[in-house]
Design a protein around this ligand. Structure first.
Ligand SMILES: Nc1ncnc2c1ncn2[C@@H]1O[C@H](COP(=O)(O)OP(=O)(O)OP(=O)(O)O)[C@@H](O)[C@H]1O
Ligand SMILES: O=P(O)(O)OC[C@H]1O[C@H](OP(=O)(O)OP(=O)(O)O)[C@H](O)[C@@H]1O
Ligand SMILES: O=C(O)c1cccnc1
Ligand SMILES: [Mg+2]
Length: 521
């Protein structure tokens, strides 16, 4: 029922005219890579196939459809009640693959009415998944492989479903974990986090601490205050409420003490209070995990933090070595540009917590994936457009990735699905789908068939279910296969998606046959 009304109207007309079982082929593709980039990661396939495998109208759905279509004959609802995805075959590119405009990510063959009814939901499941996965992959490429990336966006996501999808596909795209507890419970994602400013604000002073702050026989409050004196920190400038908050965290979670240090002043009080509590906790036998900085110049403050911790570790090699391994997390409105800028600066950040820009895909809020009819009863179909690049390419098509002898991805070639695939070491002419001038010969050393049969409604339904970890691994591997100039952030090189000469000629011919010649008077 998560669909557009027009799908149901069309299904009714097809049923009424006895056309519901005509053989249709739809293809799902997009026309432009997001984020001014030249690549996209295909995600959402597993969820899409699970939807197809379970597709049916319940009795309650039928009651509503009856109200919605009072003019429809009863037989339609009888038919709809027993509708499922038998007779459907879906070919698709593997989830987690790097993909490009125009190529069919999914090719759905089956009875016209049901294949049409799937459109909206399939697009809903693939578009945002691929968008946020691509966004996350771009953040990962920009941050570098050695930084930890955490998704912190639940509060900013587009509703509850949006937040779960964001956590899931950010993880697949290259994030290490999420703060989203539901994503941990439902999807098994690693969940982690620090604490908020409210936690620090809620402590007015040391009097707010419990009577005992002892861990492993060490009074953490007392030891932290002793460290304050030892290090010569001026009591007046260090915030006691903040110290109380840090002590409270440390005694409740001595194995994973983290502190948000910017509530009052990172340099004047936050870092110093943290150091005192971390040193006190070390006396009790526990290593503090880290700090989070959530405002100000993140590069500068992280450098200052590292310098302070390293300085203390040097000054007290016996008693302060724990500070040398404290992790520094940065957050606060971080996006791809901030990550890139930070990468070019001197900084000491180990981990990034990223919310709003990641989950809302602020830089490009939608992937324009579409689902188009390309064949009906073996007749190729076309949708014309004034913008020739928006014209759909007719025929059921299979994409092949042609690889050079140096193992480089040369281009993706779309071949009518009923034709033989290109052959290794055989020269093949590849044509730009819309531009007569652009042609290239390719002699591939490897030919990868990008499409696989992933759903067979007459056999086992969904044929394989990769785990999220499998898909995440594929994304990582795929990104090592794509040329750096295609992946780069500024002025990336477009990757070629071509068609065979037969398909090019056929496409031109069908365009001309369907397009009326304008008469000027
Ligand atoms: N060294 C840096 N280089 C580039 N961008 C940075 C650097 N440090 C912080 N930023 C980014 O600059 C922006 C600063 O935003 P803003 O001015 O709202 O924060 P703030 O004033 O420091 O903190 P607050 O949230 O307390 O207002 C954020 O997007 C942050 O990620
Ligand atoms: O900045 P984002 O990338 O969205 O990351 C998540 C943000 O959410 C939290 O604070 P929140 O924004 O709720 O409040 P604050 O910025 O006023 O601290 C956190 O402190 C981060 O700043
Ligand atoms: O755990 C955190 O630090 C966190 C989680 C969500 C949003 N901001 C911060
Ligand atoms: Mg914020």
């Amino acid at each position: 029922m998560l669909t557009d009304y027009y799908q149901v109207s069309m299904a009714y007309i097809y049923w009424k005219q006895g056309r519901q079982d005509e053989a249709a082929c739809f293809e799902l593709f997009f026309r432009k890579n997001p984020f001014n980039g030249e690549f996209t990661i295909f995600a959402g396939l597993d969820e899409a196939l699970r939807f197809v495998a379970n597709f049916r109208f319940t009795d309650a759905d039928i009651v509503y459809l009856r109200k919605m279509l009072p003019e429809a004959e009863e037989g339609f609802f009888e038919w709809a009640r027993h509708l499922d995805c038998r007779g459907l075959k879906i070919y698709a590119i593997r989830e987690g693959t790097v993909v490009f405009p125009v190529e069919p990510l999914m090719r759905v063959h089956g009875p016209l009415a049901v294949a049409q009814l799937l459109e909206t939901t399939l697009l809903n499941l693939v578009n945002y998944a691929s968008l946020v996965c691509t966004n996350a992959a771009r953040y990962r490429l920009t941050a570098g492989g050695d930084k930890k990336l955490f998704e912190f966006g639940t509060r900013r996501a587009q509703g509850p479903d949006g937040s779960l999808s964001a956590s899931r596909y950010a993880y697949v795209g290259g994030f290490d974990g999420t703060s989203n507890v539901l994503a941990g419970m439902k999807l098994g994602l690693p969940v982690d986090g620090t604490h908020s400013h409210a936690f620090v604000q809620s402590y007015g002073g040391l009097d707010d601490l419990p009577a005992s702050t002892t861990v492993n026989g060490v009074d953490i409050k007392g030891a932290a205050l002793r460290w304050r004196a030892t290090l010569g920190y001026d009591d007046d400038r260090l915030h006691d409420g903040e110290l109380a908050a840090f002590v409270s965290y440390a005694i409740s979670f001595p194995k994973k003490f983290v502190a948000l240090v910017d509530t009052y002043s990172t340099l004047e009080t936050g870092l110093k209070n943290f150091a005192c509590v971390a040193l006190a906790l070390w006396e009790a036998g526990f290593q503090a995990r880290g700090i989070r900085i959530d405002s100000g110049d993140l590069a500068y403050l992280s450098r200052e933090a590292r310098a302070l911790f390293d300085g203390l570790a040097k000054r007290y090699p016996e008693r302060a070595s724990c500070l040398a391994t404290v992790a520094i997390t940065a957050s606060n409105d971080i996006n791809e540009n901030v990550l890139a800028s930070l990468r070019d600066q001197d900084h000491a950040i180990d981990a990034f917590g990223i919310g709003t820009h990641l989950v809302t895909c602020h830089a490009e809020p939608a992937l324009g994936g579409v689902y188009k009819l390309v064949e009906i009863n073996d007749r190729p179909t076309i949708k014309l457009s004034n913008d020739v690049s928006k014209t759909t390419i007719p025929c059921a098509k299979a994409p092949y990735r042609l690889i050079s002898k140096n193992n480089l991805m040369l281009l993706d070639l779309l071949v009518p699905a009923r034709y033989a695939p290109p052959e290794v070491n055989e020269r093949v002419l590849c044509r730009h789908p819309f531009d007569h001038e652009k042609r290239v010969y390719v002699v591939p050393s490897v030919v990868i068939a990008l499409h696989q049969l992933v759903f067979d409604g007459d056999a086992d339904g969904q044929l394989a279910r990769p785990s999220l970890e499998d898909i995440k691994r594929r994304v990582k591997k795929q990104l090592t296969l794509v040329r750096e100039d295609i992946l780069r952030r500024s002025n990336p090189t477009p990757y070629k998606v071509a068609v065979t000469p037969e398909l090019f000629t056929f496409f031109l011919d069908i365009r001309q046959r369907n397009e009326p010649i304008v008469e000027l008077t």
